[in-house]
Design a protein around this ligand. Structure first.
Ligand code: NI
Length: 182
């Protein structure tokens, strides 16, 4: 298994529709293992393949507080959404440091394949349903900031850019000093 770098907002692959997985082979199982490792390292509860630069329809989810076992889903499709909706705070490993409440259906049913190629159906509510929707969105090039109002979205992005620039400056400063010492 390997830790993979996570694509950050601005990366084109995050905005692309990911391709269906045609064949479940050893490479795909390795990819899934790498995705779990990368997700756990980043302390996330879900990860979609485009977030590690792979434009294929694969997600991994670990929402233990909902009592669900960690799972991978291949070619997942949202097949049912309940009428009831709920607002809940979301963040994304591809937009580090940013969070916002997002309104989504409270309950969903998702169908896809597991890592063995068997068809599976997952019915979830609350955090599990939210996570499934967030990760499937990634496969269609959609990010959680797309679900808030245009005004709120502009504010969020401005805030994010500011904090990100600060991080970049701090990093550059740190490297500059070590370079000077060397
Ligand atoms: Ni995300």
């Amino acid at each position: 298994m390997a830790l993979l770098p996570i694509e950050i907002l601005g990366s084109e692959v995050l905005r692309r529709r990911a391709a269906d997985v045609a064949e479940i082979d050893e490479d795909l199982r390795i990819l899934i293992g790498d995705m779990f490792e990368t997700m756990y390292d980043a302390e996330g509860i879900g990860l979609a393949a485009p977030q590690i630069g792979i434009s294929r329809r694969v997600i991994v989810v670990d929402v233990r507080e909902e009592g669900a076992e960690p799972f991978a889903l291949i070619n997942p499709r949202l097949v049912e959404t309940g009428q009831e909706r709920e607002k809940g705070e979301e963040g994304c490993l591809s937009i580090p440091g940013l969070a916002a409440p997002v309104d989504r259906p409270l309950r969903v049913a998702v169908e896809g394949m597991n890592a063995d190629g068997h068809p599976v159906r997952i019915e979830g509510e609350g955090l599990l349903a939210r996570c499934l929707q967030h990760e499937i969105d990634h496969l269609d090039g959609v990010l959680f900031i797309d679900h808030v109002s245009p005004l709120k979205r502009r504010m969020l992005l401005q805030k994010w850019k500011r904090s990100f620039a600060t991080d970049a400056v701090l990093k550059a400063e740190g490297e500059g000093r070590s370079g000077a010492r060397g």
